[in-house]
Design a binder for this molecule. Structure first.
Ligand code: PEP
Ligand code: MG
Length: 878
């Protein structure tokens, strides 16, 4: 039997989302439970996929099936397309598997033409009816032209405005039947002018074009962006729903509305919604008229309102979730046009989940599963005032590198950020890119905006760790850092000008948009406790200072999975010593400089062990290319020369000698320890001594230090550095008369390490997958520059998402799962985790669960997200 591409509403049900889309499946379900739904049909998502496979054409087979269902619909409704007695008018609406509100297209009142219009009017002498018919007709021409033929809306709006002016009226509703008739004529003329052909009068042609337009709208730019932001695969396609029209604009005994069974902003259990008399759905959404609150509908339409309240209770009870519904009242009778699980704020999501559990509607697992982990971000960071945001168009969009909202005066350097902050100003730091030297300035800013850099760039990683808002990679900025100005969206911004950025969306706004602080209520803790009960994966954090560690512990981190020790060297009191270490000529000189760093590093580790209160910490040894530490400013170079008793030229020569063509593949990671083992020895002393001291003060904590060697690609490399660590550690532990244990493991972040994981595992107590570098090296994309060309890859559907933000499960993921398996074969006790930025991304967390890792590690503010995503993965698995 050939594939079935079309289903009557009565042939489907709620479980058929993949095939019928959310809207289609729910229309079918509502039909099945006996709700008043105008009876039509759904064209499947597979038909959409086929449309694209056929080169954006609806093939004859599918078209024939659609026409068969048109005939069925006509019969069921006792109306016919183009019929002069009983004409059928329909709506044509998109409906994907996951709801994508407002992203795709809708056409209403399809089936009207001059003859049908004339016949309808002739059959009903009521002058209001004539007005209704012409109103519907002009709406249809306008929508069809805009959506199907892509003639801009503005032409039609101009004509309406001109008509209103001519008649001296303000509202559309004040236009008479004659005005609307004239407008319909003007619209058709406009259509002909724009398209060069007459407006199509055959309803079946209209239908064919409308269905095609909905399929096409799956690929429109805003839908593509929405999908990327919401993890919706392009391959899903959209279904199309064809439904007989019911008319909310028929007369004053008719109307249309949207409503939620609970408040989507707060979660409170009360019917919320809006209603408009004598209107079609688009009027409510478009805001051309001010709707009335749903409660007032009761006075006007007591019967329809009572019926609607019953439907709401029934739907909530049926779906066991808050419902978002569209409905129409035609001549006092209620019709349901749509229902779905309503979009809600994070706060509302938590409250609704808890309330539903308390009402005995759902169990804890369902409660955990119904919350979108990505939404939790909004609870943990400041957000823009939603009312102001609605009216503020974004001037640009770049990468949403670290969530939260920030508004402040523009500054161009880290020093300025600090200085202005001390003066009591709120600032946004705008830079070409950030470097480790900017950390203090980043801390002093409300948010950070960079021209360059991807989702794992310095700015992104550091801001995320701080819980600070960051938008990165805004290539549209034309930057002049030296003169403290930049151009964006046709405007020149100077130091002190206001800018607002949203790190959750990547949007950038001109001027001031006020922010509101984050609030975490009791429901948050309740849901998180349920999540912890059901997850198998451990959740650690990436942190390198006591403050971030404490923050992460508050958010439920079970330890540190990655302490990037280099971040501890950039503080103002440490950088001179590390620079001295780098510019040393001999081992002795280097050891002298390292000796200065050792007590500071040990102190940091002690403070972090204390903040962790006995939870484990993986300390990663020095990783970045050394040139990142050397001074660039003349004054700093002079100071270093003075400190080291060298000439300025000597220092400059050393700096020049550190230059590398590919620093990310250069002298970094364990290669530093292979060339300068004294660095690894110093870091070992600092970790082991810190742990010995803290264990002595808190014997019950029983800290077992975990030392992690980065960027290993060959087992002998790991063995060499491990031997240095073991020699130093064993000696210190013996001297202290302690029996403290410790672990030495490695990061798997070079493809060769993954490919030889069985060998490497023999020398490692643990693996931590460094998926930032592993992604960089597997794709061969620079993690800092890929943003420059990824846009073209998205447009061409080569990649659907940023592999630095969402783990590429096909390629990089294959290396991860393979290495995990091989590692366990030669070392069954090996502990496996991930510490790349993917550790806080919900779909990547699910992947880590599936391939059997022991834990994920992510920045502090993503810990709750990871806990929830880990629980969802476990629950989904069953
Ligand atoms: C990684 O490469 O995934 C990693 C965590 O290390 P870094 O980001 O510090 O290179
Ligand atoms: Mg790395």
């Amino acid at each position: 039997m050939s594939k079935k591409y079309v289903y009557l509403f009565s042939e489907g049900n709620a479980t058929m989302r993949e095939l019928l889309g959310g809207k289609g499946a729910n229309l079918a379900e509502m039909t099945n439970i006996g709700l008043p739904v105008p009876q039509g049909f759904t064209i499947t998502t597979e038909a959409c996929t086929q449309y694209y496979e056929d080169g954006r054409k609806i093939n004859d087979e599918i078209m024939a099936e659609i026409m068969e269902y048109v005939a069925k619909m006509e019969e069921m409704n006792g109306k016919k397309f183009g019929d002069l007695k009983n004409p059928l008018l329909v709506s044509v609406r998109s409906g994907a598997r996951a709801s994508m509100p407002g992203m795709m297209d809708t056409i209403l009142n399809l089936g009207l033409n001059d003859d049908v219009v004339a016949a309808m009017i002739a059959g009903n002498p009521d002058p209001n009816f004539e007005r209704f018919v012409y109103d519907s007709y002009r709406r249809f021409i306008q929508m069809f032209s805009d959506v199907v033929m892509e003639v801009g809306k503005k032409y039609f709006e101009q004509l309406i405005d001109a008509m209103k002016e001519k008649r001296g009226v303000k509202l559309d509703i004040e236009l008479t039947a004659a005005d609307l008739k004239e407008l319909a004529e003007q619209f058709k003329a406009e259509y002909k002018q724009q398209i060069g052909e007459d407006f199509p009068s055959d309803p079946k042609t209209q239908l064919y074009e409308a269905i095609r337009a909905v399929f096409r709208s799956w690929d429109n730019p805003r839908a593509n962006v929405y999908r990327r932001d919401n993890d919706i695969p392009y391959s899903w396609g959209t279904a199309v729903n064809v439904m007989p029209m019911v008319f909310g604009n028929l007369n004053d005994n008719s109307g249309t509305g949207v409503a939620f069974t609970r408040d989507p902003a707060t979660g409170e259990k009360k019917l919320m919604g809006e209603f408009l008399t004598n209107a079609q759905g688009e009027d409510v959404v478009a805001g051309v008229r001010t709707p009335m609150p749903i409660s007032q509908m009761e006075e006007k339409f007591p019967q329809a309102y009572a019926d609607f309240v019953k439907v709401c209770d029934l739907l909530e009870d049926h779906y066991r979730d808050m419902q978002d519904m569209e409905f129409t009242v035609e001549n006092g009778k209620l019709y349901m046009l749509q229902c779905r699980s309503g979009k809600r704020t994070a706060q509302a999501a938590l409250k609704i989940a808890c309330d539903l559990v308390d009402e005995g509607m759902i169990d804890e697992k369902k409660a955990v599963s119904m919350i979108d982990p990505r939404n939790l971000d909004t609870l943990l960071h400041p957000q823009f005032d939603a009312a102001v945001l609605k009216k503020a168009p974004a001037i640009a969009k770049a990468l949403p590198a670290s969530p939260g909202a920030a508004c402040g005066k523009i500054v161009f350097s880290a020093e300025d950020a600090k200085e202005w902050k001390e003066r009591g100003e709120k600032v946004v730091l705008v830079r070409l890119e950030t470097s480790p030297e900017d950390i203090e300035g980043m801390k002093a800013s409300q948010g950070i905006l960079t021209v360059r850099g991807g989702m794992t760039s310095h700015a992104a990683v550091v801001a995320r760790g701080m819980g600070k808002c960051c938008v990165s990679g805004c290539g549209e900025i034309n930057m002049d850092e030296e003169n403290k100005k930049f151009e964006l969206a046709g405007k020149t911004y100077h130091e002190g000008d206001f800018i607002s950025i949203d790190g959750s969306t990547g949007n950038i706004y001109d001027g001031i948009i006020p922010t509101v602080d984050a609030t975490i209520g009791g429901e948050f803790g309740r849901v998180m406790a349920w999540a912890d009960k059901y997850r198998r994966l451990g959740v650690r954090t990436n942190a390198d200072n006591p403050h971030d560690t404490e923050q992460a512990v508050k958010f439920g981190a079970e330890g540190i999975g990655l302490c990037r020790t280099e971040h501890m060297f950039f503080e103002a009191d440490r950088i001179p010593a590390i620079r001295e270490m780098i510019c040393s000529d001999t081992v002795e000189q280097r050891e002298k400089a390292l000796a200065k760093l050792e007590p500071m590093q040990q102190g940091d580790f002690e403070a972090m062990y204390i903040a962790l209160e006995g939870r484990p910490m993986t300390v990663r040894f020095l990783d970045p290319p050394l040139h990142e530490f050397v001074p660039t400013e003349e004054a700093d170079i002079e100071q270093l020369a003075k400190d080291m008793g060298k000439s300025v030229q000597d220092i400059k020569n050393i700096i020049a000698s550190l230059h590398e063509f590919n620093p990310m593949m250069g002298h970094r990671g364990c290669r530093l320890a292979v060339t300068f083992p004294e660095i690894a020895a110093m870091q070992t002393r600092a970790v082991i001594k810190a742990a010995l001291n803290v264990n002595a003060a808190h014997p019950d904590w029983n800290i077992i230090p975990e030392i992690m060697i980065p960027l290993v690609g060959e087992v002998k490399e790991l063995k060499y550095v491990k031997d240095v660590v073991v020699e130093v550690a064993d000696k210190l532990i013996a001297e202290a008369g302690s029996s403290m244990k410790y672990k030495v493991g490695t990061m798997i972040e070079i493809p060769r390490a993954a490919l030889t994981a069985d060998e490497i595992a023999k020398e490692a107590d643990f693996f931590s997958f460094g998926t930032n570098d592993l992604t960089q090296m597997t794709f061969g994309f620079s993690r800092d520059d890929a943003g420059k060309f990824l846009g073209a890859y998205y447009d061409k559907k080569i990649y659907e998402s940023d592999p630095f933000a969402r783990l590429d499960q096909t390629g990089v993921g294959k290396l991860v799962s393979m290495a995990a398996k091989m590692g366990r074969e030669t070392n069954p006790h090996i502990h496996l985790g991930i510490c790349g930025e993917h550790g806080g991304d919900p779909t990547s967390v699910e992947f880590c669960h599936k391939v059997g890792l022991d834990y994920v590690s992510c920045s502090p503010f993503r810990v709750p997200i990871a806990r929830l995503a880990a629980a969802q993965a476990a629950i989904k698995e069953g």
